[in-house]
Design a protein around this ligand. Sequence first.
Ligand SMILES: CC(C)(COP(=O)(O)OP(=O)(O)OC[C@H]1O[C@@H](n2cnc3c(N)ncnc32)[C@H](O)[C@@H]1OP(=O)(O)O)[C@@H](O)C(=O)NCCC(=O)NCCS
Length: 176
Amino acid sequence: SPYPAEDEFLMKTVDGQTLFIRPVKPEDAPLFTALFKVLSPTTIYYRFFSAVKELNPKMLARFTQIDYDREIALVAIDETSKTDRMLGVARIIGDADSQTGEFAVLVGDNWHGKGIGVCLLEKCLSIAAKRRFRVVHGFVLKTNRNMLALGRKLGFEIEKDLDTDGYKLVIQLEGS
Ligand SMILES: CC(C)(COP(=O)(O)OP(=O)(O)OC[C@H]1O[C@@H](n2cnc3c(N)ncnc32)[C@H](O)[C@@H]1OP(=O)(O)O)[C@@H](O)C(=O)NCCC(=O)NCCS
């Protein structure tokens, strides 16, 4: 499918900044590289479950060149500087059955607590519901309080995950 322009919108952060939210594009690789450079080790660990040092070309391709039918990925862009800056990203990758998907969300440390993560993930979930996904899940490390709070806020059920010694967040989508 072509780029889903209908999923573009503007959001206001809790401190009143306007951000452009849009589906990811193949040309976003430099924006991902720039965002990754300003992430703290903890944020990297919470998102990737390991101490990733840099985003290699294969990872960049995987994050930016997506199949719009199978995957939902939204980025939050600050357009007020001379060059666009990416502040956060959320995605839901559909399984082969197209009924279930796994989410991931990441916001740069400087912009935590402004409502960006919840806005990105909430919109991804609403797109997933429209596409008739039934269940979305994601894994969260035990000490990741911010993500557990965000998950609770969005209505995820929180189960202990014995494999990772963390939690599995699960949500059944409306209309399924
Ligand atoms: C988890 C993460 C995405 C949250 O993004 P964020 O933009 O900072 O979160 P938001 O500002 O949208 O917060 C949404 C809700 O989550 C909770 N929350 C998130 N960050 C919080 C913080 N720093 N302190 C307290 N509560 C917080 C709150 O319940 C908040 O709701 P509220 O504003 O009504 O209190 C962000 O901390 C992050 O990128 N962490 C590292 C990556 C990661 O953990 N990903 C999850 C696994 S894939």
